[in-house]
Design a protein. Structure first.
Length: 384
């Protein structure tokens, strides 16, 4: 990815206007009614958002990492669930761009870039989330194909998507386990059942499902990179890329909650003056805005490092940790400022409050981010 060009700034402006005009007015109503945003997702495809990290040579609209993060902030400011339609889709694209064979890039990237192919990542299972080496789904070689058996849990975009990244064990007895794990691009077909849409607290409308594989056939040429035993590295790399997008999603939710709160605080009168004139409310607003600004700086600093091609796993982890905790704290503070109205579906704050925990858990839980940050700190400050 390169520095932002005029074209990239134009995409960002277009997304901002799209969110203000088309998304914010309908988001809460559609979310409460459980309507899937087909038309909005198609508009996002027309804007090139399904190909944000895919090179132009494959039909994508590749943008630099700062623009990438800002686009996720804008979308999530409007509706976190809508950002979810492209969130893990872009992780799949990232893994194919970085590790796919030339044939895989040619077959999958153009469709992923236009949104004709839509999907996500099938990593988590009922018994393995943070501890991905504990997955039990297998993909066993049988001539020119692999046969997949097992279950995947929490798979976003699984019902309306058609193309996914699958992590499975090709050598279940390998020790350590990650050496026996491989990644595939899979397309829906016989043997793959979307068995359940999981009913969630928030992050609604974008579907999150349970999948079952029974003798599901994957052509051997869909093994990412053409080599077995690399899947764990591919998946970890994809999750690393996801950290910035999840951090940016957290910032978007926090920003929306803050803006609602500061608007309300200037209109709502108690004891003869707007609540924004009470110092305890002012302290809340000041803390909220400070955390939001700190989140933005952490995200953009990590994104700039990534633009320069420097290692930034610790910085992206810090950004993800801080921005998503900020989303959870600020959305709750916004609810307090709105009082009873914050708890009501007449205002969007209850949606931000229900959406925020997803970014704390998804993209690697914040407990995991702390472990990653600490590991890097101990490397950096090792006492010899
Ligand atoms: C709405 C939603 C959408 C999702 N979408 C996808 C998707 O598209 N694809 C996909 O593959 N997955 C998806 N996930 C799954 C998500 O990645 C996992 O929920 C997450 O990784 C945590 O795994 P888990 O739920 O199994 O929790 P667990 O791994 O069981 O963890 C439970 C708790 O223990 C903590 N913990 C675990 N290990 C440690 C440790 N070593 N030290 C300290 N604390 C620890 C965790 O941080 C957490 O607090 C989604 C989840 C949700 C809720």
């Amino acid at each position: 990815m390169t520095q932002a060009s005029e074209e990239q700034r134009l995409i960002l402006r277009t997304v901002r206007e799209f969110v203000d005009r088309e998304v914010i007015p309908v988001a809460s109503g559609m979310e409460h009614r459980g309507e899937y945003p087909f038309a909005l997702a198609n508009q996002m495809a027309q804007m090139g958002l399904f190909g944000l990290n895919i090179p132009e040579a494959f039909g994508g609209t590749e943008v630099d990492y700062v623009t990438f993060a800002r686009i996720f902030v804008e979308l999530s400011r409007g509706w976190l669930g809508l950002a979810g339609v492209i969130g893990t889709h872009l992780v799949l694209a990232d893994v194919v761009v970085k590790f796919g064979t030339e044939d895989q890039k040619r077959r999958f990237l153009p469709g992923l870039a236009t949104g004709e192919r839509r999907g996500g990542i099938c990593l988590s299972e009922p018994n393995a989330g943070t501890d991905l080496q504990n997955i039990s789904t297998t993909a066993m070689r049988d001539g020119n194909v692999y046969r997949v058996n097992g279950s995947k849990m929490w798979i976003t975009n699984a019902r309306y998507g058609n193309t996914f990244l699958l992590l499975a064990k090709t050598d279940p007895s390998a020790k350590p386990a990650h050496r026996g794990m491989s990644a595939f691009v899979i397309e829906k077909g016989p043997g793959l059942t979307v068995s359940r849409d999981i009913d969630k607290l928030g992050y609604k409308t974008v579907e999150t499902c349970e999948l079952h594989f029974q003798d599901f056939v994957v052509p051997a040429e869909n093994l990412i990179g053409g080599a077995e035993g690399q899947g764990f590295v591919h998946a970890m790399n994809g999750l690393e890329a996801e950290r910035l997008n999840v951090a940016a999603r957290g910032l978007g939710v926090a920003q929306a909650a803050f803006e609602e709160a500061i608007r309300y605080a200037q209109q709502r009168v108690t004891f003869g003056k707007p609540i924004a004139q009470h110092q305890l409310i002012q302290a809340k607003l000041a803390d909220m805005a400070t955390k939001i600004e700190a989140s933005r700086l952490l995200i953009e600093s990590a994104a700039e490092k990534k633009n320069r091609g420097e290692r930034c796993d610790m910085e992206a982890g810090m950004a993800k940790l801080f921005a998503t905790e900020t989303a959870a704290e600020v959305s709750f503070d916004a609810m307090r400022i709105l009082g009873g109205n914050g708890y009501s579906k007449d205002f969007p704050v209850e949606r931000y409050y229900r959406d925020a925990p997803l970014v704390v858990i998804g993209g690697g839980t914040n407990e995991l981010q702390r472990l990653i940050i600490a590991r890097r700190l101990l490397e950096k400050y090792a006492v010899s």
